[in-house]
Design a protein around this ligand. Sequence first.
Ligand SMILES: C[S@@+](CC[C@H](N)C(=O)[O-])C[C@H]1O[C@@H](n2cnc3c(N)ncnc32)[C@H](O)[C@@H]1O
Length: 209
Amino acid sequence: MPELQELPEEHIFQAYGILLLENKHRFVKKLKKHYTPSIHGHKTWNSSFLLMDYLLHSRILDSKQKVLELGCGWGPTSIFCAHHAGCEVTGTDRDDEVFPFLELQAALNEVEIKTEAVSFENLTKKHLKQYDIVFGTDICFWDDLAKIHYNLINRAKQAGVKHILLADPGRQPFFDLAERVLSKHEAELLDWYCTEPENFEGYILHVTL
Ligand SMILES: C[S@@+](CC[C@H](N)C(=O)[O-])C[C@H]1O[C@@H](n2cnc3c(N)ncnc32)[C@H](O)[C@@H]1O
């Protein structure tokens, strides 16, 4: 069972060893007066907890790896990777209004996450070749994103990335992507559940390149 951490104040919650902020937290409310994420990056999404759980089980993380998050939003899984394994992590997102929320949560957990405003489409092989692991949580939610991620996975393979991990609650574009990826690459689509901060079910697509 996980260690029970004492929560420092209200509207903070714990999951997989890290502390995260609810929308009602006083600092989040303050940031929302100045920053307005506009592509669904306005909270921590539950698929991030699925991937934290999977990363603990799969044991692919270690401190030597360089990790890139796609569509990081408030960066919960990036923070988990830096906190749990001490990896060097970069969070990317097309919407730079999400980064103040990521930085606030990173500071709460005493980790540093690099950030870069770049879209999935503009992540080149040159970008990707710096990384061992590339992951994303709840980032395949529109029909056109299935093709965009399929092309990104192909670029990542050419760039020498070793693992791509995507977690999703089970949206149709994610299944469309998974079907194409499973027929081309060594990959697994897993039903997964997590227990922190509460029970949640979804899917992990693990591509081994
Ligand atoms: C549903 S949120 C998920 C956020 C975070 N991964 C999580 O699980 O809490 C989707 C994120 O993808 C980002 N995003 C959407 N389209 C994008 C694109 N084309 N390139 C990069 N990021 C994008 C959004 O800004 C948002 O932060």
